[in-house]
Design a protein around this ligand. Structure first.
Ligand SMILES: Cc1ncc(COP(=O)(O)O)c(C=O)c1O
Length: 452
């Protein structure tokens, strides 16, 4: 026990000393450094005034229009959009919901919260998204809904999955938490199923610090979800203030030349809080209480925030600014992706580039450039000198679960393609802070040259 603690501290010290001498690091979040001081003041005044109703509906309309011709509702998180969809469709005890074993714990957690059973299906080796074949194998008479996940901006084989769902009379919900704006055969992700969820938490394609969105082309689905939505509470004021402070902090400190110090500040706050030196309120800006199996029979692990909850109005304002910038941002991301792919070809690494990237049916707005490589661990070690790789999705079949994927119903060995990908996946960021494109390209060439 003592030796574990010592090695833990030695590890932290090592990370500390490395961070102290790092001139820069590219984080996993694209900060709002593009916002002017006036825009930031306006966001603050929305938080303080509390008059948010109009902004929310404007955001919901604009966000829905950016996806398609359907209807949208905003939430404090993507998982809450999913939970509300499940509830509004009457999914509950005795029902099964199929989702990929390449996801975040909050997704099976939402299924368990409505009393249904999560059943994990495998991913497709080429898209890192849901596999139609594996979904088919997991359908039982109890299956009510299927989650089809689009990973890293790559549409999954959604056409086949949609056909399968209509053949079996199953509800289809697209998990677009990490894919926004990409199209397959000209149809955007989000428009293939009964509904789709999006996440706008700070690591996602669009960043509102925390946030989620439910989109549907079906007005009756919208109305059912709306009736739950109308009863939903807000996050309390102190929590909203925390989120605002996090937004301010990231805006200034998550730029690469300040990022190493920002991580150090985070570590120090954490240590001070744990050791009782700091009396800082322990509530996080983030929604971190949905990572384990919910106990639906008691209230012992009810989260410290309302669930489901509305998206705060000042975050809707940030969302509107992100949407305004999207046209420009998506071009930047595609350009970075093109660079990575071209260089892979020139360096003799073309065989590692998934074929989906050159398939003209797919228009990919990338969040990450993802591929499998036998030396993934070594590549990630090299990347970690310049890039925060702690958020390299998905290093285990269900991420963010302190008690392990089995706690949320995952059966070890059940999704073999996904489990293999967890070991061999490398993903390079495509959402790069402004002005750092050349640097990331230099790093990419420097590192990948060593892995031919
Ligand atoms: C694939 C996937 N789906 C859903 C979610 C849930 O999003 P949120 O954190 O906004 O609830 C995540 C979060 O990381 C995710 O990675």
């Amino acid at each position: 026990m003592l030796s574990m603690a010592v090695s833990n501290y030695a590890g932290k010290l090592h990370t500390f000393s490395k961070l102290l001498v790092s001139p820069y690091k590219i984080g996993f979040v694209q900060p709002h450094s593009y916002l002017s001081d006036d825009q930031t003041k306006e966001i603050k005044s929305i938080l303080e005034s509390g008059s948010q109703k109009n902004l929310i509906s404007i955001y919901e309309n604009k966000m829905a229009r950016s996806i398609g011709s359907g209807y949208g509702l905003s939430f404090a998180a993507g998982r809450m959009a999913f939970y509300v969809f499940l509830r509004s469709m009457g999914i509950g005890p005795g029902d099964e919901v199929i989702l990929p074993g390449f996801t975040c714990s909050v997704m099976p957690n939402a299924i368990l919260k409505v009393g249904a059973k999560p059943v994990f299906s495998d991913i497709d080796v080429n898209t890192f998204g849901s596999s139609a074949d594996s979904i088919r194998e997991n359908i039982t008479p109890r299956t009510k809904a299927v989650v089809a996940q689009h990973s890293f901006g790559i549409p999954c084989k959604i056409e086949e999955i949609a056909d399968l769902c209509s053949e079996h009379g199953l509800l289809l919900i697209e998990d677009s938490a990490i894919s926004f704006g990409s199209t397959l055969k000209g149809t955007k992700v989000g428009n293939w199923g009964d509904a789709a969820i999006f996440s706008t938490d700070h690591s996602k394609p669009m960043n509102t610090i925390i946030g989620g969105f439910l989109y549907t082309r079906d007005y009756s689905v919208y109305l059912k979800a709306r009736s739950i939505y109308d009863q939903m509470p807000e996050l309390d004021n102190p929590h909203q203030k925390k989120i605002y402070e996090q937004f301010l902090f990231e805006r200034v400190h998550y730029v690469p030349d300040k990022y190493p110090r920002a991580v150090l500040i985070g570590y120090m706050h954490d240590i001070a809080k744990r050791s009782g030196i700091s009396h800082a309120d322990s509530q996080s800006a983030f929604l971190e209480n949905d990572y384990t199996k919910p106990d639906v029979s008691t209230i012992t692990n009810v989260p410290s925030y309302p669930y489901p909850a509305r998206m705060p109005g000042f975050l809707a304002k940030i969302g509107l600014l992100e949407l305004k910038r999207w046209k420009y941002e998506k071009v930047r991301r595609k350009k970075i992706l093109r660079f990575y792919i071209e260089k892979m070809g020139q360096m003799g690494l073309g065989k590692y580039v998934p074929k989906v990237y050159s398939n003209s049916a797919f228009d990919i707005i990338p969040l990450r450039f993802a591929f499998d490589h036998p030396d993934a661990h070594l590549i990630k070690m090299e990347m970690s000198k310049y890039i925060d790789v702690s958020w390299t999705w998905f290093c285990q079949p269900v991420i963010c679960c302190p008690k392990g994927p089995e706690d949320l119903g995952y059966v070890s060995g059940s999704c073999q393609v996904g489990e293999k990908a967890c070991d061999s996946i490398v993903n390079w960021p495509c959402s790069i802070p402004e002005g750092w494109e050349t640097k990331i390209e230099e790093i990419f060439v420097k590192i990948m040259t060593g892995f031919k």
